[in-house]
Design a protein around this ligand. Sequence first.
Ligand code: G6Q
Length: 554
Amino acid sequence: MEQPAGTGEQRDVVSCFSRDFNKMTAFEELGALARAPYDLTASGALSPERIRSYRTHAAGFDLLYATQRVDDTVLAALQKLAEESGAVSQFMLMKKGAVLNRIEGYPSEERQVLHTACRDIFAPDSLAPEATGQAKAELDKLADFLAALEAGGIVNGAGDSFTDLVQVGIGGSDLGPRALYLALAAYKIPGRRVHFISNVDPDDAAAILNGLDLARTLVNVVSKSGSTLETLTNEELVRKAFAEAGLEPNRHFLAVTGKGSPMDNPARYLRSFYMFDSIGGRYSATSMVGAVMLGFGLGYAHLEEILRGANAMDLAAEVPDIRRNPPLLLALLGIWNHNFLGSETLAILPYSQALVRFTAHLQQCDMESNGKSVTRQGKSLAWKSGPIIWGEPGTNGQHAFYQLIHQGTAIVPAEFIGFRASQYGQDLLIEQTTSQEKLVANLLAQALALATGQPHENPNRCFAGNRPSVVLLADRLTPYSMGALLALYEAKVVFQGFIWNINSFDQEGVQLGKKLATRLLAHYAGRRKNSGYNGEVSDDSGWALLVAAGILAK
Ligand code: G6Q
């Protein structure tokens, strides 16, 4: 695998930005301001003037934040927080290749964080030329491969073209790519389909394989480490299905993996593409992890548009003024609600059916990044880090869980995402409004209702209001705007991590469960082989494992 990189100078700069969140002067100021936050229920509180001026824009997206409990004083304190924490400076260092994935003084991943380099390919001078060069080389390889598929230079054993692609991967190798594909299915190449297998549940693979003509199917196995149990298991299962159908797997299988990983064996695959250590799984959708599948399903030109949109938002994230930097502002408003006004969760509510898996992707991107309890120096946090992220598309959610958001005892800040026009443009005027208008009107109505509430003499019909939200609005969900939206949230998560002084780029928290599952499987395997395995266990959790194995086995 690649060696850790980044200059010593960059490491020092990183440590010098590592300040305790609760020691910053803005922290104290915001704490005081939080005692009397802006009252959205007061008469005239949501004036047209406020709605007009509490709005910012980048890469095709408007961010409307008049429905937050902030005023100019709070925004000034949030600006100060951004400056004191060096949020934008750290973002720039990240883009230049600083080793930000580390815990000082303890063994840690010690890696650069360069997902932005995957889309820096359009800039004349990339901030991280080596990583951008690697990304560009892989993209060129992909463009050649896609052109050969298109031109009939690559076909199956019977000389037929490929119509379907199954992506096998899990976590970051599944969620982001799947969310993007579903979001952009309106742009797919006619006659091509993409499918996903992620869960080690054998029914996941069976359900997909049962409906496919394997002879015309490519399988894209995606695993950065090349050692993930679920993915390797599913790869074998799918290879067996191909062999049983009399097909040669290495004429159908593609690999996306890290250089030098156990999966880096081009002889087993029709093509191998690479991703690099500096790209974390949950930030990898615009690397080859998403690109191969998106290029097959949507075409190379649409893939480029996704990268262009992401690049435009990456550039917007460099602006120091928080009122002109949507990802940074979103990060700070999140911190205001979570750390100062006390909310525990955040609902992300896309008013677009195509974004049906986008919240699930953000759940990983945010919760795996910022679900941390120690600082970048390994000290216990004395402040809250990442919130719980959840959500479903509207308007469906309105008929499900919005009751709690409007009238429950928990305050749930919401981020609404919507589009002025639909993707397919197939719509009908019913009672003088289109379905798209009904959708967007509902989105705006929810944001306003949550903010202003409604007094009522019947307590059960009373809406307290002051429930904060933002609205992210673009003209249409296109490859470009999807790329921008993805990058907006990636940057938001990263900014919050910088401000909380946590490492948003590792995921030690998932290791323990994996380790115990491996040991449980050793019990299964030992019993099946009956090869003298005596079920010996070496520590206290051993008895629990034996009991669990007994309960589970049938
Ligand atoms: C993401 C995580 C994790 C990872 C999966 C799959 O940031 O690291 O979700 O993407 O565990 O890992 P592989 O790509 O190595 O199979």
